[in-house]
Design a protein around this ligand. Structure first.
Ligand code: HEM
Length: 317
């Protein structure tokens, strides 16, 4: 049975999101392969210093570098993040070979893991983006709403939504115990958002602001709330969940206010369908009104290999 990386670590107080490109030389690829295989050990060495701080690090690998880096068949759905061009906003597709999703209750533990990673990665990578996220009160985003409520709850439900099981393995052996992960960094226009009434904001999100109570869906053909556009059902009426761990980031003094979106799923098409419904609209033309106040500045897709595949990366160099 393949053991998975700690994708289900859950909402933490602090998180660091690191996206890198790897320099395309054989020696850089080889060095990074060895560092990645060592990440669980680096995390273990730091987390023992305060086990209650729940330090975890998930490693994702992008489509462009998969073949050279992993040297195993690529997971069936893995491909670069597809740009989605909507009337109001475009979901941009930006470079990224590796993702580190570091989480802990303590900011210093995230910092230390990033520091030790950088010591080992050295000049073999180019930083595409570094974002430090923080818990904002009762897990609210900077739009003021509780974020993460509809996530699957409990080990079985999370694993069902997120981890590729043995039974999905139609010749896709490398993918078993792994997960797809999609990230997008959004910047908010908080001045414009705050000019809306609370009722208008609630209609956009689909939940009440203070109590976090779900509102009814609009009738067919009307503007849909964010939570409705992001709910995916297949032809048989089955709902497909993903696991989100969004974090606020930014700084009032520089006027930057953002949400770092991250979603894990065992089926990449589910997240891509959400993206399409949000940016193009459902029905088309009625895009997610969150996008009138939020601009994505990054967008990348990665595959999170099982722990066994990750640690075996350094084996045969
Ligand atoms: C629900 C915020 C982007 C997928 C929610 C909720 C909030 C929220 C406040 C309601 C509470 C909850 O269930 O978590 C945001 C913000 C975003 C953002 C601030 C960026 C500006 C996205 C994107 C996707 C997405 C890009 C997917 C591609 C979902 C899903 C739900 C949800 C699946 C749960 C729907 C349900 O079943 O009720 N989001 N979100 N979100 N969001 Fe987002």
């Amino acid at each position: 049975m393949s053991q998975c990386q700690p994708v289900d670590a859950g909402l933490s107080r602090s998180a660091t999101f690191l996206v890198f490109s790897i320099l395309p030389t054989d020696s850089s690829i080889q060095s990074v392969r060895s560092v990645l295989s060592n990440v669980p050990d680096i995390a273990k060495n730091i987390s023992i210093r305060d086990v209650n701080a729940n330090l975890t690090c998930v490693v994702g690998i992008g489509s462009q570098v998969w073949d050279r880096l992993v040297r195993l068949p690529r997971p069936a759905e893995l491909h670069p993040f597809p740009e989605v061009r909507g009337a109001k906003q475009t979901a941009v597709s930006t470079p990224g070979d590796i993702l580190f999703h570091i989480r802990s209750e303590r900011r210093d533990m995230c910092f230390e893991l990033e520091r030790q990673l950088m010591d080992q990665l050295g000049g073999n990578v180019r930083l595409e983006d570094q974002t430090v996220g923080f818990r904002y009160f009762d897990a609210r985003d900077l739009l003021g709403f509780v974020d993460g409520t509809a996530n699957p709850v409990g080990t079985a439900a999370i694993s069902d939504a997120v981890i590729i099981p043995e039974s999905d393995n139609g010749g896709d052996a490398t993918a078993v115990g792994g997960s797809y992960v999609v990230i997008q960094k959004y910047l908010h226009n908080l001045k414009a958002w705050k000019a809306l009434s609370t009722e208008q904001q609630e209609a956009i999100i689909g939940r009440t602001k203070s109590d976090n109570i779900e509102l009814d869906d609009a009738d067919d053909g009307q503007q849909q709330a964010h939570k409705t556009l992001a709910t995916i059902e297949d032809a048989a009426g089955n709902e497909h969940d993903v696991l989100r761990d969004n974090m606020p980031f930014g700084s009032p003094s520089t006027g930057q206010f953002g949400t770092y979106f991250i979603a894990y799923s065992r089926k990449l098409w589910v997240v891509e369908k959400m993206m399409e419904r949000m940016f193009i609209g459902h029905p088309p033309g009625l895009h997610d009104r969150i996008l009138d106040f939020s601009t994505p500045v990054t967008g990348s897709t990665f595959f999170v290999p099982s722990l066994n595949t990750l640690t075996a990366l350094g084996d045969d160099d």
